[in-house]
Design a protein around this ligand. Structure first.
Ligand code: ME8
Length: 506
């Protein structure tokens, strides 16, 4: 059965992972967990991008051999993903032989077909972005310097003149435009499509895909004076990884490549053109999310304001961090990260709305009913749990549309309903006059919470595990579907018990 195959970018190993990298990877993990729990086989690929001058220079600066440097920093990404409960299926490093040999094969195929040819490159190069720029892209500024035209970068460009292999990108202008037109779900979110369409309609030029001045790269087959351009090398990981794991036919074409907006053009233009040249089907979609600033500032080396996810999770826990990332900034938009905003959401939405609700319900079941699951389904009786279950398709539609924020919004609406229900029914009063009615109220609340626990698992796996255990659900780690909760598959299995607050107030 075809797997839902999704990817993150391969992160450069020149630096330590920060919240930007964590963002994309958490988002991919949430999607992967969501589809897995809906019974769909999933393949999530992430990894590290390790060739090119940027890495070579950073290793020299750190006083380490490049391989040693890459090993150390690639491990830092893996360790962070394990700390953040990222459940990936494969982690690829572009320095692995399984990748390098296949990249060479692809390069050779393009030379053979004529879609790659040897020429001479004259122009500019940004090491920080590993991007080629033409003279017209980067006119000299008032001081006569040529700076990277990417507004996020603006570093001085290198002037480059060298023999180079070129990829015949120009040939793919029409096929790409046709593909965009025929597949409106390819360029996502839809508001990003226009900028790509305009760019491609403006005409595509062949692009250089090899360097002679860069030694830290994959040699061009049969011409080892040249190394393969790091982007040509890195993009191919999306096919080399599943090819080498024997998962290619189950995975390809990818369902979605999730990337930051700054590398969208590589994924929306260059990559599909490479696939067309290689005769491979195109991914179903490429999604560009927005960028985080930190306390209103761009994250940069000079400002030294990179947010280390470990510091945030030390204070707030892994789940609150995952939650905040996806709740604060609608996927596709830009947003700002601040500890103040995190603390506010933590206290209001996690400690109060959710944590307090769970404690109150458990407390009541414990003291009024000795921790036993309170009662049974009454045919036809109005029930919040049934209402929630009916919202399952709506939740799935939001996840299908990569609308994490909307999905969490829907879950929190349900949490709000449960809180209002307690306040309206006042079980602490009701229990004095009508124990049977109290049972029914608590029964509905517990089932509602069990549904919520299953829904939040992709976002907050540790919290979901705790909630399942506290709510007497022994089936975890397979999150329950609302239908299973309603069918009472877990009823009576375990005792409902109080536990320390899920989110102690900060
Ligand atoms: O570009 N806000 O790697 P990279 C949101 N190796 N996301 C951010 C972010 C921010 N401020 N900063 C980084 C590369 N990201 C190439 C990719 S793919 C074949 C090769 C995330 O280490 C976002 O996903 O610079 C962005 O696209 C990625 O990190 C860039 O990581």
């Amino acid at each position: 059965m075809k797997k839902y195959y999704l990817t993150t970018p391969l992160y450069y190993v020149n630096a330590q992972p920060h919240i930007g990298h964590a963002y994309t990877t958490v988002a991919a993990d949430v999607l992967a967990r969501f589809w897995r729990s809906s019974g769909r086989p999933v393949h999530l690929l992430t990894g590290t991008d390790e060739h090119g001058s940027k890495i070579e220079d950073a290793a020299a600066e750190a006083g380490l051999g490049v391989k040693e440097f890459a090993d150390r920093n690639s491990a830092a990404f893996r360790e962070l993903w394990s700390h953040l409960d990222i459940r990936y299926d494969d982690f690829i490093r572009t320095t692995e032989p399984r990748h390098e040999s296949r990249v060479q094969e692809c390069f050779a195929r393009l030379i053979e077909s004529g879609d790659a040819y040897k020429g001479r490159y004259r122009g500019y190069y940004c090491v920080s972005d590993e991007t080629y720029w033409t003279e017209t892209d980067a006119p000299p500024d008032e001081k006569g310097r040529r700076l990277c035209p990417n507004p996020e970068c603006r570093k001085p460009l290198q002037q480059v003149e060298e023999e180079s292999y070129f990829f015949r990108l120009s040939k793919f202008q029409e096929p790409l435009l046709r593909h965009y037109k025929e597949n409106p779900g390819f360029l996502l979110p839809a508001q990003r499509a226009n900028e790509i369409l305009r760019f491609v309609e403006g005409g595509l030029q062949d692009t250089a895909i090899s360097r002679t001045k860069v030694k830290w790269g994959i040699p061009v087959p049969g011409d080892p004076e040249h190394t393969i351009y790091v982007w040509f090398d890195a993009l191919l990981n999306y096919v080399t990884a599943p090819q080498s794991g024997g998962a290619f036919t189950d995975c390809w074409p990818a369902d979605v490549h999730i990337v930051g907006k700054e590398i969208y053009r590589f994924h929306a233009v260059t990559w599909p053109a490479m696939l067309l040249a290689l005769g491979l089907p195109l991914p179903k979609s490429v999604f560009a999310h927005g960028w985080w600033t930190v306390e209103g500032q761009k994250m940069s080396k000079s400002r030294g304001n990179f947010v280390d996810p470990r510091e945030v999770t030390r204070e707030y826990g892994v789940d609150a961090f995952r939650y905040f990332l996806l709740r604060e900034m609608p996927f596709g938009n830009d947003g700002d990260f601040s500890l103040d905003a995190l603390r506010k959401r933590y206290n209001a939405e996690l400690a109060n709305d959710l944590g307090n609700l769970v404690s109150r319900v458990e407390q009541m079941v414990d003291s009024y009913l000795g921790g036993a699951m309170p009662g049974r389904d009454q045919d036809g009786a109005p029930s919040l749990a049934k209402e929630f279950a009916a919202k399952g398709p709506q939740l799935a539609a939001r996840m299908e549309a990569f609308d994490f924020c909307g999905a969490l919004g829907l879950i929190w609406e349900c949490i709000g309903r449960l809180n209002t229900h307690i306040n309206e029914k006042t079980p602490w009063k009701l229990v004095k006059t009508d124990p049977e009615a109290t049972r029914e109220v608590l029964f509905d609340l517990v089932r509602g919470l069990r549904i919520v626990a299953g829904w939040i698992e992709p976002f907050m796996p540790q919290t979901a595990a705790k909630m399942h255990a506290q709510l007497g659900v022994r089936q975890f780690p397979a999150p329950l579907s609302p239908e299973q909760v309603l069918a009472g598959e877990t009823t009576g299995l375990g005792k409902i018990h109080k536990a320390p607050p899920l989110f102690p107030r900060k």
